[in-house]
Structure formats: C-alpha cells, structure tokens
Design a protein around this ligand. Structure first.
Ligand code: ATR
Length: 276
C-alpha cells in the first residue's frame, strides 16, 4: 500500500525533500507518495493542514521554514516532543505515536552524521558556531552529545548568543555542564578545530566579517548549492570545507527512519542524488 508523506512550508516549491525521500524509498523498495504542501503562514492554517493530513491516513510530515516553531508549539500543547525537539524549540519531523502527534528534530543529528561520515574529528573538538537563530539552536545538543566539549557561539547580535546559552543551559542537563561561550563574529580569534556557519547570510549574498586572525582545520556551511563565500574564505586559508547538502540528506534519512523503522544508506543516496 502506498504510504503518504508531505513537507509543509512557505515557500515550498524549491524543496528537494520529495526527490530525496523518493530516493530512500527506491533504495528500500517501499511504495511512497511524498508531496510538497504549501501552507498559509499562520498557526490555524498550519494546525488544519497537519490534522487533515494525519486524519487522512498520512504517515509522516516534514516541517520547514517558517513552521518549525509552530510545529513545536503544536506538539507541546497537544502531543509529545523528543528531547532534541524540546531543546531545539523546533520540530522538523511529525508522526503519530500511539495515536498521539509526536514531534522530533533530526537537523542536528543530520549534521553530526554528515561530519562523522566526512571523518571530521568531533571528540573533544573546539568548535565555533556562527549564528544564534533557529538553525544554530537545533544543532548544539547533538554536537555536544557527539563529544564536542567547547562551543563558542558567535553572532552579529551578541546578546542573542548570550540568551541562547542561558536558555539552553536551563533546558537540558547535558548542556548545563557544557562549556558554551558567546562572542561577536568580529571578535572571534585564534584557531578552532571546526567552524560551522549556521547563519542565513548565504541567502543574501553578503559576507561575514571574519577576522584575519581566525583559522580552523575544518569549515562547514549549513547552506548548500550555491557559491558560499564563507567556505571560499577558509579554503583559501587551507581548511578542509564542506557545504550542507549531506546534512540535508542526513536529516531526511533520520526522518524516514523514524517513519518507516528502516535504515537508509545515506552514502548511496548522496551518490544517486549526484553529490558525494
Ligand atoms: P534560521 O532559522 O535560519 O537560524 P533565524 O532564526 O532568522 O534563521 O536566524 C538567522 C541567523 O543568521 C541569526 O544568527 C542572524 O544574526 P542576528 O541574530 O544578528 O540577526 C544571522 N544573520 C542573518 N543575516 C546576517 C548577516 N548579514 N550578517 C551576520 N549574521 C546574519
């Protein structure tokens, strides 16, 4: 029987999720339909879309911009949340568990799985995470769980980095013990093992004010599919770099596994999707 899935967003036409999930389904011999669901940008419409989808027999939904926080609120009020979704304050994966709406967030673990597949050393790594919005927040707990022990959160608006650290450390015992620092982007200094760009700057074409004294072994941009000045900057300094397509496929694989209880071969999917 065909299993139905959707990704809910606004805009949604650009989403690569249907292509990625069809790839997983083909790999596992499962018959699925995975559609893009445009939704008006308000809470009532989002709730109505989610209810109609699951009442109609839908198996799983992905949630993307601008609905991840609304999906979190919906699960907080009417369902349940995974620990990653609770700490992230955002949900990217919805399913029914024991008849109840369940929200998970696979973005951060998708990043960690990609970094591990790239063989970038995470244990005891000193990491700078640039950005303090939803994308940054979602990856902090999984990175710490993967063995990173020091993260400097650098943001254009420094007080947002400070508030994020306060919020995270009171939300989860693992993070209460982690070494988290805040900084301005232009105040970042010295050498880091890994620097991750979790800002949305790649969408604007602007460049980050990266200090000349800043260096790293590895630089990762959570954006993908366009020329990324952040990666070019560090590639010119000799760092190993990666864009975020592997994170996108990694988070999708984890959603697919939550929905179907079947393990996806992410490497094979990346190759089939013409990325490696
Ligand atoms: P997302 O869900 O993608 O994280 P967001 O919550 O709006 O989106 O956060 C966007 C992040 O990108 C923020 O850290 C933002 O910095 P501010 O908090 O100072 O706004 C960062 N960002 C966006 N445009 C930027 C720019 N031109 N320069 C530096 N940082 C930028």
């Amino acid at each position: 029987m065909t299993q139905h899935f959707i990704v809910i967003g606004n805009p949604i036409a650009h989403s690569k999720s249907p292509e990625i999930h069809q790839q997983f389904a083909a790999q596992l011999g499962i018959d699925i339909r995975y559609s893009r669901q445009l939704c008006p940008d308000n809470s009532d419409s989002f709730t109505a879309v989610v209810e109609a989808f699951f009442n109609g027999g839908g198996v799983g939904a992905n949630v993307t911009v601008p609905f991840k926080q609304l999906a979190y609120q919906l699960c907080l009020n009417r369902g349940r949340l995974s620990s990653h979704a609770a700490v992230a304050g955002a949900v990217n994966t919805l399913l029914l568990k024991d008849g109840e709406l369940y929200g998970d967030n696979t973005d951060g673990q998708g990043l960690v799985n990609h970094l591990q597949a790239l063989d970038w050393p995470l244990a005891a790594a000193k990491v700078a995470l640039i950005g303090a919005g939803g994308a940054a927040r979602g990856v902090i707990l999984p990175i710490i769980e993967a063995g990173v022990n020091t993260i400097t959160i650098a943001n254009r608006t420094v007080h947002k980095a400070e508030s994020l650290i306060d919020a995270l450390q009171s939300a989860d015992p693992t993070l209460a013990k982690a070494e988290l620092h805040s900084s301005g982007i232009d105040e970042l200094d010295g050498h880091f093992d890994i620097i991750i760009n979790a800002t949305s700057i790649g969408l604007s074409g602007a460049t980050l004010p990266l200090p000349a004294s800043l260096s790293c072994d590895y630089a990762y941009d959570m954006m993908y599919g366009r020329s990324l000045p952040f990666l070019q900057h560090f590639a010119d300094l000799g760092s190993v770099t990666s864009e975020g397509f592997g994170m996108l496929v990694g988070q999708a694989a984890l959603s697919f596994e939550r929905w179907t209880n079947k393990a996806v071969d992410v490497e094979a999917a990346l190759q089939a999707l013409h990325y490696d």
